[in-house]
Design a protein around this ligand. Structure first.
Ligand SMILES: *Cc1c(COP(=O)(O)O)cnc(C)c1O
Length: 453
């Protein structure tokens, strides 16, 4: 049975029925009307995974404007880990929004910002003295982590890996690996960014260890950049948009050790992996790594825009006064949501729930893999799980298969997302509070879609 799901405390009651219900074809008529308005008003450059428009959401479901209830295996890209419209988040936001919505922390500060930083300092890996700063988005936080690293080390080179995703602003586009859709035509990009190979067990030479993959990366840095010029190695402990690539054990530890030996900082971009998603507060913990700086966003605040950087006090405090900030960073409403989310994760042991989701899902995906020659790899940790689609019997990526599977799931009322440098990965990111039955029903739809290929 579900160790993690049963050992965790019972979930809070939900407002909406936790069910899949399709009352129209998807998209329904009201969604289609909205799509027409959208086409005339919203730039076509912003895409959407599904053409259905949300009207309500709760727990593990999203209800659309036509009354269809969809099973949510995406959490708005790993954001609503505490559930869609988490009651604790809603109450905290309502309470805060009725008092004050903004003063700007740089003008008249407030407790919520301080309290979120205290929590980040307490929960991120590493028992050393820490400081934090808050921002609005993952990309903005990554940019600020790079600013801190450059200032604190006096060096400029930043190393990132193949398949990396760090955002869409100018600096983070440079840090991101995939050209289309993220970068194509948007250059020139920021300088002093160097890309090295990652650890990708499915595509690396058979048997390559984490240490060997790290040595491949650091040797390249030493030759092409010079160890003494590297301000930081920036990496996602499990790569998100790149396709849920979980490095071989020891890879992150060896990279972090190289950083420590060479005066560079090890920065973990935990924007997607953080806050219980992978079965512990942060994914760096799985490899026993204590990053110098941890970047957080997405799951931190139940859907309100909040992001943070947390790291060694001497690094964060190496920046001159006024060097970091922003008008909205650590907005009081977002901070209230963040505190309520973190409290909910602790209260309901959502890390254990994430482990339970893996215990339930991974065996089913592995069984499915045995029944088809289209799934090259099944991988992931906690509630961050994926399967990589390949041309039958090879390891050649098959993006068309991933598209067909995800569209078939969408048509049946199950939200799944794709990912991967080759766009051939189906990824699952359910809210950590999803009920077992709902999850099983979603997986059943997914299995049928794969077997119908
Ligand atoms: C989503 C993501 C970002 C960017 O976050 P935004 O809030 O979209 O700017 C950065 N890093 C990782 C690992 C992400 O998954």
């Amino acid at each position: 049975m579900l160790g993690g799901m049963t050992e965790a405390p019972a979930l809070p009651p939900t407002r909406l029925p936790q069910e899949r219900r399709t009352v129209t074809d998807l998209p329904g008529p009201v969604s289609q009307q909205l799509a027409a308005r959208r086409a005339a008003a919203v730039t076509a450059a912003v895409g959407s995974t599904m053409p259905v428009y949300a009207a309500d959401a709760d727990g593990g479901v999203v209800v659309d404007v036509d009354g269809n209830s969809l099973i949510d295996l995406g959490s708005g890209i790993a954001v609503t880990s505490v559930g869609n419209a988490s009651p604790a988040v809603v109450a905290a936001v309502q309470e805060q929004v009725a008092r004050f919505t903004h003063t700007c922390f740089m003008i008249t500060p407030y407790e919520g910002y301080v309290a979120v930083c205290e929590k980040l300092n307490e929960l991120t890996p590493g028992s050393f003295e820490k400081r934090s700063a808050l921002f609005n988005s993952g990309a903005e936080a990554v940019e600020n982590a790079v600013k801190v690293a450059r200032k604190a080390t006096g060096r400029s080179a930043v190393a990132v890996v193949d398949h990396a995703y760090h955002g869409r602003t100018n600096l983070t586009m440079a840090l991101t690996a995939k050209n289309t859709p993220y970068k194509n035509g948007f250059g020139p990009f920021a300088g002093e960014i160097y890309r090295v190979p990652t650890s990708y067990p499915f595509r690396d030479p058979e048997g390559m260890t984490g240490e060997e993959a790290a040595a491949r990366a650091t040797r390249q840095l030493e030759v092409q950049v010079g160890a003494g010029n590297v301000a930081a190695v920036l990496i996602e402990p499990i790569q998100g948009e790149g396709g849920f690539i979980e490095p071989a054990p020891g890879f992150l530890r060896a990279l972090a050790q190289w950083c420590a030996d060479n005066g560079a900082l090890f920065i973990a971009d935990e924007v997607q992996t953080g806050f219980c998603r992978t079965g512990s507060w942060f994914a760096a913990e799985h490899d026993g790594v204590e990053p110098d700086i941890v970047v957080t966003a997405k799951g931190i605040a139940g859907g309100l825009p909040l992001a943070g950087i947390t790291g060694r006090a001497e690094l964060l405090d190496a920046v001159h006064k006024g060097g970091l900030g922003g008008t909205y960073g650590g907005n009081p409403v977002a901070c209230a949501a963040g505190l309520a989310s973190i409290e909910t994760m602790a209260q309901y042991d959502l890390a254990a729930r994430a482990r339970g989701i893996a215990e339930l899902t991974l065996p089913r995906l592995r069984d499915l893999q045995k029944r088809t020659d289209r799934i090259g790899d099944v991988r992931g940790r906690g509630a961050m799980l994926a399967m990589e689609l390949v041309q039958p019997g090879t390891d050649e990526p098959d993006s068309a298969a991933a598209t067909r599977i995800s569209q078939a799931c969408h048509a049946q009322g199950v939200i799944v997302l794709t990912a991967g440098s080759f766009s051939n990965v189906i990824r699952l990111l359910p809210p950590l509070v999803i009920g077992e039955e709902l999850l099983l029903e979603g997986l059943q739809v997914l299995e049928e879609a794969v077997l119908a290929l």
